[in-house]
Design a binder for this molecule. Sequence first.
Ligand SMILES: Cc1cc2nc3c(=O)[nH]c(=O)nc-3n(C[C@H](O)[C@H](O)[C@H](O)COP(=O)(O)OP(=O)(O)OC[C@H]3O[C@@H](n4cnc5c(N)ncnc54)[C@H](O)[C@@H]3O)c2cc1C
Length: 429
Amino acid sequence: MRATPERVVAPADAADVSAEVKTAVRDGLRVKAIGSGHSFSEIAVAEGVQLRLDRLDSLVDVDAASGLVTVGAGIPLHRLTALLAEHGLAMENLGDIDRQTLAGATSTGTHGTGGRFGGIATQIRGLELVLADGSLVRATSEERPELFDLGRVGLGALGVITTMTLQCVPQFALHVVDEPMPLERVLDEVDELVDGNDHFEFFWFPYTDTALTRRFHRLPGNAEVRPKNRFAHWFDEAVVTNVGWDALLRVATRRPGLVPRVNRSVSGSLSAREYTDLSHRVFASRRDVRFNEGEYAFERGRFREVFAELRYVVGRLDHPVAFPFECRFVAANDIPLAPTYRRQSAYIAFHQYHSMPHQPFFDAVEDVFAAVEGRPHWGKMHRLGADELALRYPRFGDFLALRDELDPTGVFTNDHLDRLLGAPPAAAP
Ligand SMILES: Cc1cc2nc3c(=O)[nH]c(=O)nc-3n(C[C@H](O)[C@H](O)[C@H](O)COP(=O)(O)OP(=O)(O)OC[C@H]3O[C@@H](n4cnc5c(N)ncnc54)[C@H](O)[C@@H]3O)c2cc1C
């Protein structure tokens, strides 16, 4: 994703953010707060002023007894989790990388896996934002509750978040079992696997019969840590950070017929492993090989049906798919624009190696998700616009009404958000 903003600024605090927003409005420029730029969609593309919040990255307040932590919204997750560990605290759940900023991750509904756990935004208890008129406001369940409700997954459309208060939990460890299993068994037993583990997910390489499963059990923070054996490589180390795999995919880009064989050899090369470590060292891993990605959430009860349909569709594509599907399971919540709003959900992410064609593949799988009213991940690639989204989010109209009230001229919009939300009522053409 590339952006060519008119100017880039890095405010030092909320007062600076407010001043930058006012100056941009005076100059007739739009403003886009960005995080780490890790979204696959164009949601963070700045057309006027790119606001980098790297300097809003410190701990403001920590209450170890209640677990309430207030922090600068631009802090990257990996720094936040390390700081929390120093206070004996942790984030309840995380996604599979931790390079994103806290505000960037929550604004797009970033999630991990776990049938009893929500996405990261469910951990938010308070927000401080600079609005389009430059005012600094606080939003909690008591103070401006509508803004709090809608702003937790706010797509960067309601204001610039400067600080966030999170409900953290006491530090905990995770016992990890990584294991290849027959795909058919995983599909048959998926409910038991999701409900019988705190966190369950699996990867499936097209054209193989193996599911690469990951199971995490939560243990107290003082549990004996047995870090992973550095020779027991698994998916992350052996595949997605591996230059060897990248090299194979470069060859397969020129000779697509090799892809099924590459998938089978990668999938078949992994053996089981077990280890225990503190949560923040387990949830996140590296991703070095470049790819394009989309992801949809849908009713968990329809998982098997959707998976079967995806397998069928992938089998009929002209160009084979070289990257795995990633299947995760997330609890329902009450955040209006969270893809898991009021739905116990399964998420399926689809990827393609960056130099292989992805559009026909993505179009075909998006048709599958459309049939089950799937809701796209806001930070990943998808083709939906405001009309379709309004049908999939019961409170979409409330979000638009608040956005139009707070930002009628479209200070915080960009072309991508105009597609998702429609242009604000008084936006300049
Ligand atoms: C390798 C990789 C792995 C990933 N893994 C996962 C995963 O496991 N689970 C998952 O759900 N997603 C995952 N994602 C997607 C990623 O979490 C989201 O795209 C996330 O939004 C990126 O955060 P960021 O800090 O880079 O934000 P950006 O991409 O820079 O911005 C995202 C949005 O947040 C807004 N924003 C940023 N800061 C602020 C602020 N201070 N105030 C208001 N709005 C703001 C931006 O305007 C934009 O709308 C992954 C992405 C990559 C590249």
